[in-house]
Design a protein around this ligand. Structure first.
Ligand SMILES: [Cu+2]
Length: 143
């Protein structure tokens, strides 16, 4: 039984994508609640290169818009603001997580189902792009 559990876990592990010393791992997109036209993508972004890299934007296939956002709580009120750029120092890992940094996905062309993937393309100030296939998961994963 233990072996089966390990196999199931490895099948669920999201694939990592990397380019030029930048690696995206543990990426997931919780499904949008019914009737909601926006949801978010989360992942870890690690810089193993010797230079600071600057994330300046993101595209998402199948969505009219995708933006870098940061959630903040002001007392009882949760707010989001857009983020123009994120610097990732050599050796640094930036964590996109519920309640913090996230990629806002707006106006999907089609409803997502669990097991679908969303192609995100991260764009950097030096012109580099990093494509990553992000699995769609059940609501509230990790939150
Ligand atoms: Cu947002």
């Amino acid at each position: 039984m233990k072996r089966l559990a390990v196999l199931a876990l490895s099948l669920m592990m999201p694939l990592a994508a990397s380019a030029g010393g930048l690696t995206v791992s543990d990426a997931f997109v919780p499904m949008a609640p019914p009737g909601v036209m926006a949801h978010a993508a989360y992942f870890n972004l690690t810089n193993d290169s010797p230079e600071t890299r600057r994330l300046i934007g993101v595209r998402a296939e199948g969505y009219a818009m995708a933006h870098l956002h940061r959630s903040e709580e002001m007392g009882d009120v949760a707010t989001m603001s857009s983020v123009d750029a994120i610097d990732i120092a050599p050796g640094q890992r930036i964590v996109f997580t519920p309640g913090g940094l996230h990629v806002m996905l707006m106006h999907p062309a089609a409803k997502q189902a669990e097991g679908d993937t969303v192609l995100l393309t991260l764009t950097f100030a030096n012109g580099e792009t990093l494509p990553v296939q992000v699995p769609v998961t059940r609501l509230r994963h990790g939150s």
